[in-house]
Design a binder for this molecule. Structure first.
Ligand SMILES: NC(=O)C1=CN([C@@H]2O[C@H](COP(=O)(O)OP(=O)(O)OC[C@H]3O[C@@H](n4cnc5c(N)ncnc54)[C@H](OP(=O)(O)O)[C@@H]3O)[C@@H](O)[C@H]2O)[C@@H](O)CC1
Ligand SMILES: Nc1ncnc2c1ncn2[C@@H]1O[C@H](COP(=O)(O)OP(=O)(O)O)[C@@H](O)[C@H]1O
Ligand SMILES: [K+]
Length: 512
């Protein structure tokens, strides 16, 4: 699903009005109806008091229109106009008039004056600012946000949590914290970034019928990725497939005490469907790997505790390297030689592989095109330098991707894959996955997919998605605390099956 910028949203809005010949206010009415349907389907007419806080722009207009629908269905609604500025948008005024016609006169909320009571029983509809926010709100409005956040009420924000900028950093505490955002037509970029996303506990995209052709023809820089979007990338297996056709991945890494990282990655390679895996580790890795993972072939290095050479006796389709590898001088030298000899297969680089690249930046120029790099935030810092906020991080990461022509997978709650000009946020996964070794499993899955012929980008997107889905399935049985990296491998098969299942028929549709 595309994530549009502000200009693109306003443009799609304008073109929809033109092409569908809509009257002024029609899109706002659709947004309000969709929001009403969402709330009504959950409240089912229950006598929950609803407090609508409306700004004076179109987001406020949405709030007023929603208030009208709620009142018409018998809900108990209090409406406040937050005087964020003197000007009022025409559609705001149109909806204010409609409310007045129904004998509802919203109270004005200004800098001075009382604040509405917001108790546990209340639902607050936050329609103070939408995507039009273009400067930090006045201090009294920031205080109002804090007042809302301190209240025990359930907060539903329209389109975006008020105070969040669509395209730049928002300081902590300078926005409303929404239990759920009803986001019109598209999710918004700040939902996915750790600093701003923490103000959005949940979000739903509501279709307001923007013109499908406009949506299709507008290119987006960022995308929200879920299973159905990735299905066309699935490569499957022929009935006569044999292991020689299913791909061979090598996993290079490990050091004494961290051989488990290679074991996890190699096991993930096979579980992701690759035909064969060869693990290359220091000598201390031989016994644990042969015993722990009998399906793997193991090559040991002359180095006892750390890798001293990356020279493989086999010719795999992909090499994954770095997990548990350490940064010993001999290992750095081995990695350098390996890159200088221009490896003729795709690379997947994780953990200490990334640390070595960051500390020996001349090596970055030797990476084959489309190398997949899998940094967590700490490793990312070594690669792209410190950032001031998440938007700055995005900019620096995109510049890095451009410079080195790599697939950069920034791991986190919404793992972001960057390639060329585009970014893809992942939808699966959960905090139970914040546990040792889960990154090693991801590296193995991505390598296992590349071995089977997935392009590096597809392997990264599908791998990240399945890894998260596996975590989501595992957590149902295991709970967040007990989830370990091995479980991500154990549930990978079920994750594949769930991914590939045909979608459930929509309500009212016949099966078959
Ligand atoms: N496109 C769609 O798909 C649809 C969109 N819809 C809805 O419209 C919303 C966008 O509405 P909007 O453009 O009127 O902006 P909104 O956020 O209400 O702000 C209003 C104005 O406030 C101002 N302002 C900015 N910062 C400020 C500050 N700190 N303190 C004080 N004032 C400040 C600034 O004006 P300025 O003062 O800069 O001239 C800004 O224009 C969108 O989020 C969605 O809810 C739906 O109705 C229909 C379909
Ligand atoms: N809160 C979270 N929500 C979703 N996924 C998460 C969360 N925390 C961690 N993960 C995932 O778990 C993996 C952790 O990787 P990493 O930090 O490299 O672990 P390790 O170094 O221990 O192997 C990443 O794929 C990341 O996206
Ligand atoms: K809002």
């Amino acid at each position: 699903m595309k994530i549009f910028s502000r200009d693109q949203i306003y443009n799609a809005d304008r073109l929809t009005i033109e092409r569908q010949g809509l009257a002024a206010g029609e899109l706002m009415e659709r947004a309000a109806e969709a929001s009403f349907n969402y709330i009504h389907s959950r409240l089912q007419g229950s006598p929950t008091p609803i407090v609508v806080l409306a700004g004076t722009g179109n987001n406020g207009g949405d709030g007023l229109a929603l208030a009208r629908h709620l009142m018409e269905h018998g809900y108990h609604v209090e409406v406040y106009m937050v005087q964020v500025r003197k000007e009022r948008s025409p559609e705001f005024l149109q909806n204010l008039e409609r409310l007045r016609e129904r004998k509802c006169w919203p109270e004005l909320l200004e800098e001075k004056g009382p604040r509405p009571e917001l108790g546990q029983q209340h639902i607050v509809v936050d329609a103070i600012f939408g995507i039009g926010l273009n400067r930090v709100p006045d201090p009294w409005i920031l205080e109002l946000f804090q007042y809302i956040n301190a209240a025990p009420s359930f907060v539903v924000s329209l389109d975006i949590a008020s105070g969040l900028f669509l395209d730049r950093h928002t300081e902590p505490g300078q926005s409303v914290e929404a239990e759920v955002v009803l986001s019109f037509q598209f999710p918004k970029l700040p939902f996915f970034l750790p600093e701003t996303g923490s103000s959005v506990h949940g979000w739903e995209v509501l279709d307001i019928g923007l013109d499908p052709a406009v949506l299709a023809e507008t290119p987006a820089e960022f995308h929200w990725i879920y299973g159905d979007l990735l299905k066309p990338a699935y490569r499957g297996r022929g009935r006569f497939a044999h292991k020689g056709q299913m791909g061979h991945a090598a996993v290079l890494g490990g050091s004494t005490g961290k051989i488990g990282a290679v074991r996890l990655a190699a096991e993930a390679v096979l579980t992701a469907g690759a035909g064969k895996v060869t693990a290359r580790t220091p000598r201390s890795g031989l016994v644990p790997l042969q015993v722990g993972l009998p399906e793997a072939m193991v090559e040991v290095d002359k180095g006892k505790d750390a890798l001293e050479s990356f020279a493989l006796s086999v010719k795999p389709q992909v090499v994954a390297l770095g997990m548990g590898m350490g940064t010993a001088a001999a290992t750095v030298q081995a990695f350098t030689t390996f890159l200088e000899e221009k490896p003729q297969m795709p690379l997947v680089i994780d953990a200490d592989g990334l640390n070595i690249l960051g500390q020996n930046r001349e090596l970055l120029d030797l990476l084959p095109p489309s190398t997949v790099l899998l940094p967590h935030p700490g490793e990312l810092k070594i690669l792209i330098g410190e950032w001031t906020d998440d938007f700055d991080k995005l900019e620096k990461a995109r510049a890095f991707v451009k410079q080195y022509d790599c697939v950069l997978v920034i791991k986190g709650a919404h793992t972001l894959t960057l390639y060329r000009e585009l970014g893809y946020f992942n939808s699966s996964g959960n905090p139970g996955m914040a546990t040792a070794g889960s990154g090693d499993v991801l590296a193995g899955i991505v390598a296992g997919l590349i071995a089977q012929g997935y392009s590096p980008l597809d392997a990264a997107l599908v791998g990240v998605f399945l890894h998260g889905l596996s975590g989501d399935l595992a957590v149902r049985d295991m709970g967040y605390e007990a989830l370990r990296a091995s479980h991500l491998i154990q549930y990978l098969g079920v994750a594949f099956r769930q991914w590939l299942q045909p979608p459930a028929p929509a309500e009212g549709q016949q099966e078959g």
